[in-house]
Design a protein around this ligand. Structure first.
Ligand code: PGA
Length: 268
């Protein structure tokens, strides 16, 4: 058993409306707080609803944490349509999702841009969930480990060892996202072990041992137990199944039960 506290994130992407975001948040408040010793839970609503969702979390006195799906690395200025880190701070955000495959592959974000965002977010005292993952083609041609290591090195270049404590890595194979075809537990564990080894080589083994690595890509309440059982799997980043409160809560409960709670508490 390891001493890393599991973390589960709900990536709502470009889904739900004002009322839907509030209702879903409301449903999560109490149960998430009741499990706060065993699992950390984050939600990433769409930008226009962050402020409202933060109000619901604060009024509910919940341990639920608020994340943003993206950020701009510039502090302010002529960047039409972008959202700065200080704006995100103002509306209660403390964690930023960076490098999601939809931003890399659909919206064209490069390793260089992702690195700039990671550094800006860490320098502004945010926590970062950094997504990496190979495409189906890259897996087929045996490049999975090399691609994931290269994405990690690119995104974390120039980041200090002390800052890595505020990073969670989300391993999300592109072919598993939104397809209903999750990685096998063995493939997920193998990729997570590569991430930990790469971070040990880039920084040091202690930094790597403390690093939380979550799996994302078609996690649902039926496969979560198996996926979260890997020794290097520290929870999940959930898309589709986070839009429905009961499914998301079931996954959260699974993550909470996947560790030795006494170990986690002793190390807090
Ligand atoms: P999914 O999305 O759970 O719908 O596959 C995961 C993600 O994109 O983070």
């Amino acid at each position: 058993m390891n001493a890393r506290k599991p973390v589960v994130g709900g990536n709502w992407k470009m889904n739900l409306d004002h009322a839907g975001c509030s209702a879903l948040t409301q449903r999560l408040l109490v149960e998430v707080s009741d499990m706060a010793d065993a699992v950390e839970v984050l939600i990433y609503p769409p930008f226009p609803y962050l402020h409202k969702v933060w109000g619901v979390i604060k009024d509910g006195g919940s341990s639920l944490r608020l994340g943003a799906q993206n950020c701009c690395h510039h502090p302010n200025g002529a960047f039409t349509g972008e959202v700065s880190l200080s704006m995100l701070r103002d509306v209660g955000v403390s964690v930023v999702l960076i490098g999601h495959s939809e931003r890399r592959h659909v919206l064209g974000e490069t390793d260089g841009l992702i690195n700039a965002k990671v550094k800006a977010a860490l320098e502004a005292d945010f926590e970062v969930t950094l997504c990496i993952g190979e495409t189906a083609q890259q897996r087929k041609s045996g490049q999975t480990d090399a691609v994931n290591a290269a994405q990690l090195r690119g995104a974390l270049e120039g980041v200090g060892p002390g800052q890595v404590a505020r990073v969670v890595i989300a391993y999300e194979p592109v072919w598993a996202i939104g397809t209903g075809q999750a990685a096998t537990a063995a493939d997920a564990q193998a990729a997570h072990a590569v991430v930990r080894r790469t971070v040990a080589a880039m920084f040091d083994p202690q930094v790597a041992e403390a690093l939380r690595i979550v799996y994302g890509g078609s996690v649902n309440k039926a496969n979560a137990t198996e996926l979260f059982a890997g020794p290097d799997v520290d929870g999940g980043l959930i898309g589709g199944s986070s839009l429905e409160a009961e499914a998301f809560l079931s996954i959260i409960r699974t993550a909470a039960g996947a560790v030795d709670h006494q170990e986690v508490i002793r190390h807090q």
